[in-house]
Each structure stands twice: as structure tokens, then as C-alpha cells.
Design a protein around this ligand. Sequence first.
Ligand code: SAH
Length: 408
Amino acid sequence: MALRVEPSAERALRGGHPWLFGDSIREMSREAPHGSVGVVFDRKGRFLAVGLLDSEGPIRLRVLASGKPARIGPDLFRERIRNALDLREDLVSDRGTTGYRILSGENDGMPGLVVDQYGDSLVLKIYSLSWGPHLRDVVSSLEAELSPNAVLLLAARRVTGSPLAPPALQEPALLHGTLSDHGTLSFLERGLRFEAHPLLGHKTGFYLDQRENRARVEDLVRREAERTGGTALPVLNVFSYTGGFSLAAARGGATEVVSVDASGPALRQAERHFELNRDDPRVARARHRTLEGDAFGILSELADAGERFRMVILDPPSFAKDASQVRRALAGYQRLTRLGLSVLAPGGLLVQASCSSRIPEEEFHSAVHAAALQARRPLEEVERTGHPVDHPVTFPEGAYLKCLFARA
Ligand code: SAH
């Protein structure tokens, strides 16, 4: 299937951008079902890019190779997996960490497809219908390179919700091996024991992208504990999900950790994660409390009740799903900053993250600083962080994660 595109799209593809939008296609040789291979040529008939066609959504072609032609199939997929493993060498060789992202979509040359490893199992999640016809090749490539015990397939809501989705993509499917314990996948993160529940949970079952920030939290709490030796060190983890940051804070030496989330099952899993790690004396010593409900309301209640924490972590879901929501999202982050500071002890640490790709890093940081100033709690930055090594960024829209560590 050959395509010709608008000049602006030619430039973008030449620059290595992985998306071709439907409205920049000038000419298509014929209608093709999703998953067909599409080849884009420039005005002079020279090759520009090759990728998979999608029949749904604004992105009509996801690029697998640009600049020089490539055959889309198992050899290319295996090469992509090997490159991804090379990039993640430090993680792959770290025996204390067995949960990480192996393929991060566009950013690893596999647009619209994610593979996360949890122990010996892999969770493959597709965000585009175009991968349907290629799944067999993807799985055989994963088997060849990684010898997993199991490969579980999940499809994002935008795929399962499509009227064009074949029944095989509408339900999670085990494409290889067997799963034990009702789909619970055990893994280690920096020596801490966790469980992912791909069938019930968010993403593929765990927020692997926050691993390095959790390590920073542990480190900061540890230094705080050393500095103030022996005094109470309560930490508040808001939007805790299954308690990744809570465990990190506990192992760092927090005397009490409060996990707040709207999801009861996520909080129960956070409790289970504390149980699983009781052999660590600091985790065993930390008192863990969970509060279920709306974070904004709970933060106000905690403030009114006079509760104060030495560290407050705010890691909300994306507030801006599209461009029209950016202003409201920034206001939401600012409200959170003010609420977070209202329960932060003087001189305490604020950790605030954003996972909205629509919010540019600079704007996020300025908004948080402005809100803190307004609350008369100016922030002294400790660190700003972005993406961990297993969530690389290779094109502008690929960047979503930012986090601010600051003293107030
Ligand atoms: N920090 C977590 C990931 C957070 S994901 C980690 O490291 O694993 C965002 C979480 O916010 C989800 O668990 C979701 O259930 C929760 N959430 C979404 N809206 C909420 C709200 N209004 N109040 C409380 N929790 C909310």
C-alpha cells in the first residue's frame, strides 16, 4: 500500500516522527484494513517511511522504519527487542529489580505497543488495532529473545471499545505459557516485593515509570531520618495506587505512612505489599494507614484535623486528556500543591508529579512554584526529574512524566 502525504508530513517523517495523521494523507493506492503495511513516498517517489496502517483514530500510520526500507516482521521485532534490552542493560543485570518496561511503544520503535516484564512473565499491551495481525510474530520474537514463562495480551480501551476490534482483542488473552495465582505477577523493585494484577489493575498492573522517583523518595526519607534522628517521620502518599511510594518511604525510615486513593482494591493491595515486605525491619516498624476516597476532600480533612507530614507525595492521574483541558489541568495541579502544603510540616518535603503529556515540563514546574508562593510556602528545589531509562523519549509527544522534589 503506497501513500503520498502533505509536505509538512513529509518533513515530519523525514525527521523521524512516528505518526502520520489521516488529514495529511494526499493519496492512498487503495483502502486497506488495519494492520496492513503502508509505505510513504515523497513527491519525487523516494521512500520516506514504512509502518502499520490503522483504520481508526486520527493517526493513520504508525511508523516502524524511516529513512531506509525495512521488512515488517519477526526479524525487525527481534532487533527492536535487542536494542531495547541494550538500552536497559543496567536494569536487566540488576537482580533486585525484575519489573520494568521492555518495549515502550514509539520510543522503542514499536509504535502503539508496550511490553512490561514482571518476573518471568510478560504483559503485552496494544494501543492500536494495527498490531492485531502481527501479534503472532511479536510473541514469537519475545519468546526467542526473552524465553518468558507467560505472555499475557491486554488491549487499551481505545482498542477494545472500537467497533472494528475483532473478538480476539476484546478480552485479555494468554498468548503463551500459563499464569498462576489468578493472574498475580510477583516481581522485585530494588529488592522490594510487589505484585502486579494486569487483569484488574491500571496500565499493565503497576506504575513502573515511577521506579526511580520511588528510589529518590526512599533516599530523601533516609537522609531526613538521619538528620533528625529518632523523631516521628510521617509521610503522606496521595494517589498511592498499590503503595509503591509508600513502601519506599517505609524502607527509608518513615515512622508512619498514610496511603490515599479512590480505589479500595488498590489500597488493599498496598496493605498486602507491606505484609510481603515485613522481613525488612523498617517496613515492619512503619505504621501504615489507608484512606479511601477523593484525594482533594481527604487532603482538606487532614488539614482541618491538624495532621502534618514531613513528606507529602502527590502523583495524580493525568489531568489533561486533550489540549482543551490544559488550563484546567494546571489549575488542578495548583490546587493540589496548596492542599499538599497545607498538611506539610514546616521545612518538609513536597514531591509532586505529573503524567499529562499535554502539560509541558516548564509549565508544570512554574505552576507548582506559583501555587506555593501564593500559599506563602516558597519552594526550595531539591531536584526535577523526567523519564527513567526504561521509558525513553524519542519524539516530543513521547514525554509525559515530570516530578518536582522540593523543600517548603
Ligand atoms: N503513585 C502510584 C501511581 C498513581 S496512579 C504508584 O507509584 O504506583 C493514580 C492513582 O490515583 C490511581 O490509583 C487512581 O485510583 C487514583 N485516583 C484517581 N483519581 C483520584 C481521586 N480523585 N482521589 C484519589 N485517588 C484518585
